[in-house]
Design a protein around this ligand. Structure first.
Ligand code: CDP
Length: 223
């Protein structure tokens, strides 16, 4: 039987990863955080002293990069666990440039497609339903107002000890949304066949339940 794919796309800090992890746990599926992969490549570019705005030199590093994610949601860059480092502000500020380069996207999309062939997955990102797995049985577009998303990311940063002001986070979120939705190749967009969920006034549990209800309707409890 073909594995099930639940694609959860949407703009920055819409709460996709929190919700996707919980949905995956409830269903016994594998959670795949594709944003973490773009963040790992960004970290590598920065570690090598390169400017992420320079497409040619950033893409030239690809042959030296191995990215892996495990079932516990750890991210490895050339064998090193970079799960915490990829959440830094410097990575957040630069990741959308790296994610706009076609060569880098094709490299990571290949890994993502392999993962979606091997097991039933909940995969979150920007282009999962529109480009990575267009045949996904379930597509969700998870959204929330800019202010709500910036506040959520600000609170998350503070709880993790990442220093920032609300204004800085709001402008980073807006900038990433703009770059992500205006890039040429596989931009952020809602697929026509995606269910849109505006989470601005919903709790995490309500969003998880809304997705589980859609899954039950569409695929029952297939694995
Ligand atoms: O901060 P948030 O959790 O919302 O973002 P993320 O999922 O960690 O993704 C970080 C960045 O990676 C996004 O702003 C996009 O630029 C890029 N990305 C992408 O282009 N395509 C994906 N499938 C996932 C992430």
């Amino acid at each position: 039987m073909n594995p099930i794919v639940i694609a959860i796309d949407g703009p920055a800090a819409a709460g996709k990863s929190t919700v996707a992890k919980l949905v995956a746990k409830k269903l016994g599926y594998t959670y795949v955080d594709t944003g973490a992969m773009y963040r790992a490549v960004t970290l590598f570019v920065l570690q090598n002293g390169l400017d992420p705005k320079d497409e040619e030199s950033s893409c030239a590093l690809l042959s030296e990069i191995e990215v892996q994610v495990d079932a516990e949601d750890h991210v490895f860059l050339n064998g090193n666990d970079v799960t915490t480092e990829i959440r830094s502000r410097l990575v957040a500020e630069n990741v959308s440039y790296i994610a706009s380069y076609k060569k880098i996207r094709l490299f990571l999309v290949e890994l993502q497609r392999k993962m979606a062939e091997q097991a039933s997955v909940v995969m979150d990102g920007r282009d999962i339903g529109s480009y990575v797995v267009p045949h996904a049985q379930i597509k969700i577009y998870q959204n929330a107002s800019v202010k709500t998303r910036a506040k959520r990311r600000f609170d998350e940063n503070i709880s993790k000890g990442i220093e920032c002001t609300y204004e800085e986070v709001e402008s980073e979120v807006k900038k990433r949304d703009y770059i992500d939705s205006h890039r040429e190749f596989a931009p952020l967009k809602k697929s026509e066949d995606a269910y849109e969920i505006d989470t601005s006034f919903m709790s995490i549990d309500e969003v998880v339940q809304a997705i589980i209800d859609i899954v039950n309707q569409k695929v029952g409890n297939k694995k």
